[in-house]
Unconditional design. Structure first.
Length: 489
RNA sequence: GCCCCCAUCGUCUAGAGGCCUAGGACAACAGCCUUUCACGCUGCCAACACGGGUUCGAAUCCCAUUGGGGGUACCA
């Protein structure tokens, strides 16, 4: 019987989660779900200096928002807890002791100053930078002496000097490293915390992680991790290194490329479903044509075999398109509910809050196919709420439109519309089309000034539907204001 | 510098020796639809980095080259 797959997402609480990390989490989650396995959330807070207050909560919030739920984790526990590394310090200490006792690790008393000087010298002499293993073979007497000086040592791994280590990577294939290029990495820092290298192998073993999926930036330290597993007598998990996510200039995706934290996308009004779909396609594909794919289909079809080896550039435009696809797939009620908080937040401040949600519901169908993020809704709908529209009278005129024609059109409209009892879309359309005929002008010559008068924009949702939502009173008031603006009294 | 990885349209990718005159999507461009915008639809531009092999046959396999990326911390 093959054992159940167990994957883990192991972020550091150093701020909001990067989309690249989320892509990794997604693949870990998909792989676990696809195989009927377990997805573990573990917090790697072994660097106290980089810790950010509230970050653990933020990580969990974002994962929940994406519906990437974990089966074991800091909040819900599990049989291998605790799931926060700072609460597992004794385990790492014990592991370090074992390695020390077996002669697989040693105490190093070198000061930071010495290490820095050493590195500087190596760089200057164009030598490969790295620790010179100065403390690797200290005698007990020498050690006692250092201890007497009051130096708190770090624990370093006594890396095998000979031989090779082969990483059997599910995505990359077999990758061979010469052991002599692997450094004597620090396992325990002088502050009593383990480094990532130690903590991660101890926990992966304790938590029975079967598959380590992580970004390709970890490839170089993988031989060391394998050696550590071996030194501890642990079974080595399977590795799969995911291709990197890059920015438009082919450098590691960073702030200058645009939004990078998942939270930023959320705040701009991207839907979690769209993010999942988009991220899944960064490094994985179903076939030669599938672009829009549901979470369910992702779970049933995901496989590590179809993960690409090539780094992918994060294409913001495609994400935007895809978000639009998902927005258009929303029902009016769903869209209303989702768009409401964004409108509350981003509509001009002079608009009275709270907004009338029923009014928003009427507006929703008019913007559904015009917005690509929820935040866009606020840009499109201000005129629905404003009491006074402000715009330039020049908007009424262009190459084929004079102020006179605009004036005639609006005067005619004012007369016709004030007689109308019912402001339905259909009635508005027939009435206004007739009016254009009567006035002897083209439909556009009537509709365009009306659009400007009622919305203060030259690009807006369909005119009749817009006017129907605005209602008779608002429309007439705005048309009259436009007449004044045009100097027609 | 050293170690490791990668290499198909601008971008995401399909392609696991003949189905490839290289497919799809985003973007761009040109149209259609249309009261504007958008949606939708149609069309169009556009790639196997380079050089050697292997083979009857190579985008697919091998080797160099070049290019790009990652690592090289008491960070993860």
């Amino acid at each position: 019987m093959t054992q159940q797959v167990r994957t883990r997402f192991a972020p550091s609480p150093t701020g909001f989660v990067h989309v690249g990390s989320i892509r990794t989490a997604l693949f870990q989650w998909l792989f676990a779900r696809q195989t009927g396995g377990v997805f573990v959330l573990r917090i790697e807070d072994t660097d106290a200096t980089r810790e950010v207050e509230g970050a653990v909560q933020a990580i969990m919030d974002d994962l929940r928002w994406l519906n990437l739920l974990w089966d074991e984790g800091p909040d819900i526990g599990g049989k291998f807890g605790p799931y926060i590394q700072s609460q597992r310090l004794e385990k790492y200490k014990a592991a370090a002791e074992i390695l020390l006792a077996h002669g697989a690790a040693y105490k190093c008393y070198c000061s930071k100053e010495r290490l820095e000087a050493l590195r500087a010298q190596q760089v200057q002499n164009k030598l490969p930078p790295g620790y010179d293993r100065c403390c690797r073979n200290l005698t007990p007497e020498q050690q006692a002496e250092k201890e007497k000086e009051g130096i708190t040592p770090v624990v370093r791994f006594k890396t095998p000097l000979q031989g090779q280590t082969v990483v059997h990577d599910i995505i990359l294939g077999d990758v061979t490293f010469n052991n002599n290029i692997v450094e004597d990495l620090v396992l325990m820092k002088s502050d009593g915390y383990p480094t990532y290298h130690l903590a991660n192998i101890v926990d992966d073993h304790d938590m029975e992680i079967t598959h380590v999926l992580r970004g390709e930036e970890w490839m170089s330290s993988t031989p060391c991790h394998i050696m550590l597993h071996n030194a501890m007598g642990y079974e080595v998990p399977q590795f799969a290194h995911l291709p990197m996510l890059l920015g438009s200039d082919h450098a590691k995706l960073g702030k200058r490329h645009g939004s990078t934290s998942i939270r930023q996308f959320r705040e701009q009004g991207y839907l979690p479903e769209a993010m999942i779909n988009f991220l899944a396609l960064l490094g994985w594909s179903l076939d030669d044509k599938t672009e829009v794919i549901s979470r369910e289909d992702l779970v049933t079809h995901f496989s590590l075999e179809r993960v690409s080896k090539t780094a992918a550039i994060f294409n913001y435009e495609k994400l935007q398109w895809m978000n639009g696809v998902y927005i258009r797939g929303l029902s009016i009620d769903e869209l209303t509910e989702k768009v409401f908080p964004f409108m509350e937040k981003y509509l001009p401040p002079e608009i009275k809050r709270p907004l009338d949600i029923e009014y928003v519901r009427q507006i929703a169908p008019l913007i559904r196919e015009r917005i690509s993020t929820l935040k866009d809704a606020a840009d499109y709908t201000g005129f629905f709420f404003l009491n006074e529209l402000s715009y330039d009278a020049a908007m009424f005129t262009d190459k084929k439109m004079t102020a006179e024609v605009a004036l005639t059109a609006l005067k005619g409209a004012e007369a016709k519309l004030s007689a109308l009892e019912n402001f339905s879309t259909d009635l508005l359309e027939t009435t206004l089309r007739h009016l254009a005929e009567e006035l002897g002008i083209k439909a556009g010559q009537l509709f365009n000034p009306l659009r400007v008068a009622t919305t203060a924009r030259d690009a807006a949702p369909p005119l009749f539907e817009t006017m129907a939502v605005l209602g008779k009173e608002r429309c007439l008031k705005r048309i009259r204001a436009a007449l004044v603006k045009l100097g027609g009294n």
